[in-house]
Ligand binder design. Sequence first.
Ligand code: ZN
Length: 241
Amino acid sequence: MSPDSDDLGLDILALGAHPDDVEVHVGGILALASDRGMKAAILDLTSGELGTRGTGETRRAEAQAAADILGVTRLVLDFPDGRFTEDEANRQCLMAEIRRLRPRVLILPAPDDRHPDHRRAHRLAREAAYYAGLRNYPCPGAPWRPEALAWVGGENPGPPDLLVDVSAVWERRMAAFDAFGSQFAQDPSQPLTRIAHPAFRRGVLGRAMHWGSLRMCDWAEGLWCEKPVPKALLDLLSRLS
Ligand SMILES: [Zn+2]
């Protein structure tokens, strides 16, 4: 689906500041949604062109390959990596996307993540999701507010509010993660970044294994949300189980 397509009415929209943000946390949920015939998409705010490894172009190509593995649509906005702001123009850009895509559930970056872009993307998209529902807000598109917001955890989160058993799609979920070779592959010719360190990948595995142990399954992904847990999230859980 291109950003201009008319394919509307998403069950899930997962938003990230950079390509790979979504796949670090909820690739399994998206793969499961795809397998269940649900409409799911990823929206990256930037191409991640400020990354120490890879270029904006290579990262976009990797991101599309990852989305193909998961079976979901991917959209990329051209916000500047590291320098996008919470201004009115960016808010309205996101509002217009939310009104056009009409996601029932919107998954956001963690509000307290160590990366400032992730925290800013959370705030910007959370506000856009609210204001997109206001009929008289001057913005293209018909009013639409997601029924529920959820967000991913940072790197050392507390217990998730929701757990999803993603064991059935775990290999595909990690294949999508590994599609970001410029970011995560062991490559001695490239600078060793925090996310390219083997410990980062082990952290992804370890959290999913731990959360799986709480659900008595092999692998699980966690989500956090406002309380009480919105009905749309409970419905989503039941459709994914
Ligand atoms: Zn990121």
